[in-house]
Ligand binder design. Structure first.
Ligand code: ADP
Ligand code: MG
Ligand code: MG
Length: 879
């Protein structure tokens, strides 16, 4: 088995085997770019090592051979006392895992070769490199606390009376090496290894092992990176940015990763080694400054940046080092970018003729579009950033800091906007979380309780702000104290926390979807272009869930091609409650009919408005679904009202009747009780009234010259007999009302009970369409009570990796998805051309949209704000 590849032997398409860093180093080498020579040990070797707990046979020999070739090529031997070759040992997995994995620089230095290095580059440089090796090797290979080394460095600087590490001279650094060696020996129980090959082998093993470090495991789980890929190891000849003022190191982007604007972006640090740039030890200068410092290298870098962009056909980010005026490339990859930059860059590259529009929509995501649709903070006033942590649930929230759920509820009750600040949240905080505009925690990541619950509620959340010291009614952060009642602004997209009230500006992208487009804005123009293309590509139709004319109108502006779910229960609220109460309390048919007769014209008017807004487009109306007692006051409220009235001697007969009814109707598991089609079969005339209202509304719209296309949807069906009963009654009414008006009405059902999915072939005989109610199907498929589980234990399930994302957020393809697949196939087998759709939150979830495309549904339906996301993802699924 070949475990070791020289850079000349690889290329950018071998990421699985060589990791991203190794594959791209190989690619640059073969492009003829100045990459220091080196080789890559494969992920296969890593997997074998992790599995067998020892290096695979042959690996040591292959490393030896490659190392010898490297030594011969450079003309130096690893750790040679007179003129040493030094190497870096760098991790690099298939997917970038920033900050998770290990790198050791300057391997090959020891008490002798440090003198050899000094003869080449000077005493100061040599001892500086040696102290870096001991610290990096100690921390990454031998688990010596990194702070012990940085404290010793701080101490040396303090002793010298400086804050700049460049003021430490060769003698100071030599002394520091002595201190570092003592720290090393104390923690490890042996001296710092002097043998260069031993250093190299230990470093390679440490990089392999770092794949399974706790933080790496956690990171992969959160980012949904498979756990079994392993990392490659790159051994690269060292080049030195710390050789003096004509040397340095930097990072560069070929376009602005924040906005996508073309131009030169990056940071440069003279006389430094790679890790100093990110570590923020000294202030970097903008990359443009390099033009003044070293024009030759700057021009060369720009030339290479252009070349890399043309080659990768995308934004690249780059790490480089300049050694005495000579430029070396140390890393490149297609760079990360913000959502706004993703859209602008994709459109720019189309303009530049680099990619086509299909490729452009592959390079943006619905999640990014979603981010762009949240309001944003207007940062022109340069507000004070208190800290930056994990953006766990997007949005821009402003409010007064509160530290307990009770205070959150209390203040919110007085009309104040509040931000709930907690060390971490637990189920007791739920009420406070609902009351707050946003949630800020100092512990936990994207799967913490706070993050999961906030996302479920669509509430802004920043978590894991670990530099916050959260007390009982205040917190401090870097010396600033924020007390209860102080104003805070938190950004759930970027994770930034600001002191005071930062003005919020509406999203330019939402304005565009609303029809108020500023096409001069490059972002809006890019979104417009990509959305248009997605629309021409997608096969799935996109509908919206909407209950009112207003929702329907917005949905249509956002591009909805019909309504996939109108929940009629919303039409039973407000001043219509009384009629519903009468309906429920009636124990004789005449009273019941009177209540239904009174509801009929009200419902009809609602439907007329909807059909009018959706003129010419299909409108799926779901017959009433929730248990009727949801329309009555709660048992406790009624009991109190009756008791109080009794004490005061007031007449409480109405409330008493309600109380009896509510007690009678009480259910242990209302979600599994008398609801959906069951109501229609038990309460005479209820569904008939709704069907009549729909038909009459459609005829009215048709008479006025419009086109109404109602689709009547029966909820919670589990057996075809239920549907047949409802259908027989409905058809009679339809025949009577519609007459020769030319209106067409479809009758279909939701598939949301597992039994319905499994008997879809039978049900399709009585249904002209299916709409998957994936919320209930998930609830009943998993046996999860949606209202309880997210707050109660989902965080634990996510932590354990039982699922990577809540199945209510993204469809569980293996289980619930299988039900969808079975029902689609068997439904269409029984009734070719059966119309298939989905309503429920999954209809707007990017990953789920791809699944529905694959299964062959006709449409997805989601909330109006998610319609653009679904449009884009449906287009992406098709290319
Ligand atoms: P990361 O993946 O965390 O960026 P790297 O492996 O890229 O880790 O290395 C960390 C730093 O060390 C980078 O700034 C890189 O440029 C620098 N570096 C790595 N190898 C060498 C080398 N052979 N010569 C000089 N600098 C190097
Ligand atoms: Mg790097
Ligand atoms: Mg349902």
């Amino acid at each position: 088995m070949k475990y070791v590849f020289a850079f000349e032997e690889g290329n950018k398409d071998l990421k699985d085997l060589l990791g991203g860093k190794g594959a791209n180093l190989a690619e640059m080498t073969n492009l003829g770019l100045p990459v220091p020579p080196g080789f890559t040990i494969t992920t296969e070797a890593c997997r074998a090592y992790l599995h067998d707990k020892r290096l695979p046979d042959g690996l040591t020999g292959q490393i030896e051979a490659r190392l010898t070739a490297l030594e011969e090529r450079i003309g130096r031997r690893l750790g040679d006392a007179a003129d040493p070759l030094l190497v870096s040992v760098r991790s690099g997995a298939k997917f970038s895992m920033p900050g998770m994995m290990e790198t050791v620089l300057n391997v090959g230095l020891n008490d002798e070769s440090v003198n050899g290095l000094a003869a080449q580059g000077g005493e100061r440089f040599a001892w500086d490199s040696y102290r870096r090796l001991i610290a990096m090797f100690g921390a990454t290979v031998c688990e010596v606390p990194a702070e012990d080394f940085s404290h010793a460095l701080d101490e040396a600087k303090r002793h010298k009376g400086t804050r700049n590490d460049l003021d430490l001279d060769a003698d100071d650094l030599r002394a520091l090496v002595g201190t570092y060696k003592k720290i090393f020996a104390k923690h490890v129980g042996r001296d710092f290894p002097q043998e260069p090959r031993e250093q190299l082998d230990l470093a390679i093993r440490a990089v392999f092992d770092s794949w399974n470090a706790d933080r790496a495991v956690l990171y992969r789980r959160q980012e949904r990176i498979p756990a079994d890929l392993g990392t490659a190891v790159n051994v690269v000849a060292m080049v030195f940015g710390n050789l003096g003022p004509d040397s340095g190191t930097g990072v560069a982007f070929t376009r602005d990763p924040g906005t996508g604007a073309p131009g030169v972006y990056g940071d440069y640090l003279a006389n430094a080694q790679g890790e100093d740039v990110v570590a923020g030890i000294r202030n970097t200068v903008p990359l443009q400054e390099l033009e003044r410092l070293d024009k030759t290298s700057y021009d060369e870098l720009l030339r290479i940046m252009t070349l890399l962009e043309e080659h990768y056909r995308d934004l690249c980010d780059i790490e480089f080092t300049i050694e005495r005026g000579k430029l070396w490339m140390l890393q490149t990859r297609v760079g990360k970018r913000t959502a706004a930059a993703a859209f602008t860059i994709a459109a720019q590259l189309v303009d530049e003729g680099v990619i086509d529009l299909d490729e452009a929509i592959r390079r943006v995501t619905g999640a990014q579009l979603g981010q762009l649709m949240f309001p944003r903070f207007d940062l022109s006033g340069a507000p004070e950033v208190l800290t930056s942590a994990v953006g766990a649930s997007p949005g821009a929230a402003v409010g007064r800091a509160v530290f307990t759920a009770e205070h959150a509820i209390e203040l919110a009750g007085q009309g104040e906007a509040v931000i709930l600040v907690r060390r971490e949240t637990n189920p007791d905080d739920l009420g406070g979380m609902i009351a707050a505009q946003g949630i800020l925690t100092s512990r936990g990541g994207k799967t913490s309780h706070a993050a999961v619950v906030a996302r479920g509620m669509g509430k802004t959340c920043v978590c894991g702000a670990d530099d916050l010291e959260v007390g009982r009614n205040e917190f401090t952060v870097h010396g600033t104290r924020v007390a209860e009642g102080d104003l805070l602004s938190i950004d759930g997209t970027t994770g930034r926390v600001y002191l005071g009230e930062v003005p919020v500006e509406p999203s330019s992208v939402v304005r565009y979807f609303e029809g108020d487009a500023d096409l001069q804005d490059p972002l809006v123009a890019a979104v417009d272009r990509l959305m248009r293309h997605a629309d021409t590509r997608r096969r799935l139709r996109i509908r919206s869930n909407a209950d009112t004319g207003e929702d329907a109108a917005r949905a249509r502006r956002f591009g909805a091609e019909g309504i996939g779910l109108c929940r009629t229960e919303h039409m039973f609220l407000g001043d219509r409650r009384e009629l519903v109460e009468t309906l429920i309390l009636a124990d004789r048919q005449p009273e019941r009919s009177a209540a239904l007769d009174a509801l009929l014209p009200l419902q009809r008017a609602d439907f007329v408005e909807l059909f009018h807004e959706m003129d010419g487009l299909p409108v799926t109306v779901r017959l009433i679904d929730p248990p009727l007692h949801e329309f009555l006051p709660s048992l406790t409220d009624l009991a109190v009202r009756v008791a109080v009235a009794g004490e005061r001697g007031e007449d409480a007969r109405h409330d008493e009747r309600l109380l009896t009814a509510v007690s009678r109707m009480h259910e242990q598991n209302p979600m599994l009780g008398l609801r959906g089609v069951r109501l229609g079969l038990v309460i005479p005339g209820l569904f008939a009234m709704q069907v009549r209202a729909i038909a009459e509304a459609a005829v009215e719209v048709a008479r006025a010259g419009g086109t109404a296309r109602p689709e009547i949807m029966v909820p919670l069906v589990g057996a075809v007999q239920e549907l047949e009963t409802v259908r027989a009654e409905a058809e009679k009414i339809l025949a009577e009302v519609i007459g020769d008006s030319g209106v067409e009405v479809l009758i279909g059902t939701m598939i949301e009970v597992p039994r319905a999915a499994l008997t879809a072939g039978q049900i399709a005989e009585a249904a002209e369409f299916f709409s998957f109610g994936t919320n209930d199907l998930t609830q009943m498929g998993w046996g999860f009570s949606r209202d309880d589980v997210e707050g109660a234990f989902f965080w634990r399930y996510l932590e354990l990796g039982i699922f990577g994302i809540s199945p209510f957020e993204s469809l569980d393809r293996d289980g619930v998805g299988r039900l969808v697949r079975i029902a689609s196939e068997e439904g269409r087998a029984a009734r070719p051309g059966l119309k298939l759709g989905v309503c429920g939150e999954h209809g707007g979830d990017p990953d789920s949209v791809h699944f529905f495309h694959e299964v062959g549904l006709d449409y997805v339906s989601c909330s109006p704000f998610r319609v653009p996301i679904a449009r884009l993802e449906a287009g992406r699924a098709a290319v």
